[in-house]
Design a protein around this ligand. Sequence first.
Ligand code: NAD
Ligand code: DAU
Length: 339
Amino acid sequence: MTTMFVPRNIIVTGGCGFIGSNFVHYVVDHHPDVHVTVLDALTYAGNINNIKGLPEDRVEFVHGNVCDAALLDQIVPGHDAIVHYAAESHNDNSIADPEPFVRTNVVGTYRLLEAARKYDIRYHHISTDEVYGDLALDDPARFTEDSPYRPSSPYSSTKAASDLLVRAWYRTFGLRVTLSNCSNNYGPYQHVEKFIPRQITNILEGIRPKLYGDGRNVRDWIHTEDHSSAVWTILTKGRMGQTYLIGADGERDNITVLQDILRVMGKPEDAFDHVKDRPGHDRRYAIDSTKLRTELGWRPEHTDFEEGLRQTIAWYENHREWWEPAKAATEARYKRQGQ
Ligand code: NAD
Ligand code: DAU
C-alpha cells in the first residue's frame, strides 16, 4: 500500500538548469500550495532567466553549491523535501574533464543526504538510465529496475555512484528516499551543448548539424514535462527505498531525429556532417516503465514526438536571446574536440 506524502516546502537543487527549471514551472503551475526553494550554483549550464517571472511568494532562489555543508545547514531546516536535480550532466564534458563530475555528482549528493538525515526530511534523487550502460541495437530487451549497473562514461559512473549512496542511506540510516532513472529529455531551456538544441541552433545559425559516428545510436526520448509529472508522482506516492524508471516509449536513432529536425526546419535531409564519434559512445538506451505506470498510475502526455519536436524548434526560434550567449563558446569547444 502507498501512503501519500503531501509536500509543502521543497528544495529543488539545480532548479536553474534544463530539467530542474521545467520541474519548478510544473510545480508552480500544478501545485499552488507548494513553496519551492531553488538551490543552484549557476554553472555554465544554469541560467537564472529559466525561473524569471515566477511568483516571488512561491519560488525563492538561493545561489549556492550543493557541496557546501554550512549553507545546507542554513537553508534545509523548515523544508519537508529535497528534490535533487543538480549535476554536471554532459557526457562529452565528463570525457574532457571528469573532476567536476566527481565533486558535484558524488560529493554533492553525499552532502545533501547528510543534510536530509540531520534534519529528517524526505529526499528524491534524480538519476539517469545511463547507469545501466547500453543495449545492443538488435536486442529486444529494455532496462528495468533490476538491470545491473554498468555505467560507461565518467558522467554515468558518477551518477551510478550517487545512486548507490542514496540506496545505502536508505538501508543504513532509514532515510526516506526514492530514486528515479529517466531517459533522454527534450523540450525548452535545454543547453545548446545537447544533441537536439545543438542541431536546431546550428541550423538557425547557418552551421551544418553534426552527427557522431554512424548516427545509429538509439536514445529513448521523453518530453521534459512528462519527466516532471513522473517525478511529482514518485515524490508524493512512491514507496520508500524504491527506484522507478521513467520513460515514454520514445526510441529513435540519432540520424532519424536529425532528419526530423531538418525536415521540420525546411532543409534537405542530408544537410549534415558526420563527425568524430564520442569515445565509449553508448549504443542504445531503452526504458521499461511498467513499474511506474502500474504501481503509481503515471502516464506520459506528450506521446507525439514530432509534435513535441516542432514545439521545441519553435521555442528555440523564438528565444534567440536565451541561447545565443552560449552558442559560440559551445561550438568552439566542440571544434577543439573534432566534433
Ligand atoms: P543541466 O546541466 O541542464 O543543469 C544542471 C543544473 O545544476 C544547472 O542549473 C547548474 O547550475 C546546477 N549545478 C551544477 N553543479 C552544481 C552544484 N555543485 N551545486 C548547485 N547547483 C549545481 O542538467 P539537466 O540536463 O537539467 O539534468 C538535471 C538532472 O537530471 C541531472 O541530475 C541529470 O543527471 C538528470 N538527467 C538528465 C537527463 C537529460 O536528458 N538531460 C535525463 C535523465 C536524467
Ligand atoms: O539518457 C539520459 C542522458 O541523456 C542524461 O543522463 C544526460 O544528462 C543527457 O545529457 C543525455 O545523455 P546523451 O549523451 O544521450 O545526450 P546528448 O544530447 O549528449 O547526445 C544524444 C545523442 O546524440 C548521443 O548518442 C550522442 C549524439 N550526438 C550528440 C551531440 C551533442 C551527436 O550525434 N551529435 C552531437 O552534436
